[in-house]
Design a protein around this ligand. Sequence first.
Ligand code: ADP
Ligand code: MG
Length: 535
Amino acid sequence: MALAFDEYGRPFIILREQESKSRLRGIDAQKANIAAGVAVSRILRTSLGPKGMDKMLQSPDGDITITNDGATILEQMDVDNQIGKLMVELSRSQDYEIGDGTTGVVVMAGALLEQAEKLLERGIHSIRVAEGFEISSRIAVDHLERIADKFDFSTTNIEPLVQTCMTTLSSKIVNRCKRSLAEIAVKAVMAVADLERKDVNLDLIKVEGKVGGKLEDTELIYGILVDKDMSHPQMPKEINDAKIAILTCPFEPPKPKTKHKVDIDTVEKFQTLRKQEQKYFDDMVQQCKDVGATLVICQWGFDDEANHLLMHRNLPAVRWVGGVELELIAIATGGRIVPRFQELTPDKLGKAGLVREKAFGTTKDRMLYIEHCANSRAVTIFIRGGNKMMIEETKRSLHDALCVARNLIRNDSIVYGGGAAEISCSIAVEAAADKYPGVEQYAIRAFADALDAVPMALAENSGLQPIETLSAVKAQQIKENNHCCGIDCNDTGTNDMRDQNVFETLIGKQQQILLATQVVKMILKIDDVISPSEY
Ligand code: ADP
Ligand code: MG
C-alpha cells in the first residue's frame, strides 16, 4: 500500500497489485477480527483454573510440549491470523510484566470481544463501545484497589507468600507438590530479594533440571550447581570452607609450539625425562598448594599421572569445566580466573562455604554443588522429574510462582482468586453503569457481563453448572457483602476464598483487566483490513 498525492496535493491510496489483495471494510472487518480473537480465546478457555486441561503441542521438528501456561500455548501454536497474533502478544505482555495470569487475560479479552460484537450488531458505534470499555476498566481497577487486602510477611514469616504461590501452582500439572514447590520458590526469591528497595533480580535465580528422580526431590541450592564430578573417585566428596583455584591452564608439561625432537637412546635419558615431567606436575600442584587452594577447578583435562598426583597430594580437582560455568563460579565465589600457574596468588582464590559432590540414582551421575559462595546470593533451583516434558513444564510453572512472589515483594496487596475478584468487579461496574446517561451505559453493562466470563470458565472447567454456580455465588456476594466468595473448583465445601487460601496479586489482576481492555479497544478500532488474497 502506498500513499500518493495528485497534482492538487490531495492524498490517495494506491494498492499495489490491486486484484491480488483482498480488502475487508467497516462492520465486516470488525466482525472478522472479533471472530479471530474469540477463536483464540476459546482455545485457552478450557485451560483456565485448577481443573483446567493441558494442551499438547507438537513443533514442526517433532518436539512435544505439554503445558497449561497460556503464554506458552499461544507461543507454540503458530497463529497465522494477524488478530490472533495480537492475542498472542497480549498473553506475552502479561507474562513479561507479571508472569502469571496469562490464560486469564486472554479469556477476559475474548469475553470482551464477544460482548462487543453484540453491541455492534445493535448498531452502537465501535468508538462508543471502546469508550465504555475504557470507563469500565477504570472502575474495575479502582474497585480492585478497594477490595484488596494487605498482608504481612517478613523474612521469618513467609507463609502468606507461600499460600499465594500455591494458588498459582494449583492450576499446573505439578500441583501434586505445590506446597514444596511454592516453598522453594518463595525461599529462592527471599534469598535474592532486596527488601529495602522492594526489588528482586530474578536473574540471580537459576533454574536447572535433570531427568530422573521424582518431582519431590526438587531442591533449592544456596549456590551454584555444576554438572561435573571430582576427577578421581577417591577424592573427598565434601569440602568445607573451600578455597578454589580457578584455572584455564592445563596440568601438563608445556608443549613447545615449534617443531622439536627428543632423542632418547639410553635408559638414563629416559629416566631424566620422566623425572623432569614428574617435576612439572609436582611444581604445579605445589604452586596450588602454596597459595592455599583446597580445590582446583580446571578448564582443561589432565592425564592420569596428574590426576594420581593430585589425589596423592590431597588436592581435589574438577576437570573439563566449561567457560561459561567457570565464569559463573568465578563471579559467585569472588575468585579470579587464572591463566598461568605462576600468577596464582592467595587473593585470586574463590571462596565457598561448602563444596560437595552428590550422586544420583544408579547411573553414576554426579553433580557438584558449590554452596554459600562468598560474593553472591545467587541460588539454584534444581528440578527433578520423570521426563523432559515434565521438567520443562515444572520450569514454566516455577517461573509463574517466582514472578508471583516477586510481585508480592514489590506490592504486598492481594485479591481473592477463584473468580471472586472478577465477580466483585462485575457487581461494581454494573452498579456504576446507571450513572452514565449516554450510550456508554450499554458498553459498561456489557463489560460487567464480560467480567463474569472468568468465573464461568472456572466453573465449567470444574464440571459445575456454569450459570447456576455463577448466579449463586454472585447472589451470595451481594447478600453477604463479602467479596471473597468465588467458585469452589476443588469441591471443598466452602466458596469463601479467604478460607480456601486462594489469593492472587492485586497488580496481576489489575494488569489483566487493563491489558485485555487495551487490546479489545485496539481491535475495535480497526475498520479496514488489507491483506494479500489467498491463491
Ligand atoms: P493463568 O495462566 O491465567 O494464571 P491458571 O490456569 O493459572 O491461569 O488459572 C488461574 C485461575 O484459577 C485464577 O482465576 C485463580 O483464581 C483460579 N484458581 C486457582 N486455584 C484455585 C482454587 N484452588 N480454587 C478456585 N480457583 C482457583
Ligand atoms: Mg496461573
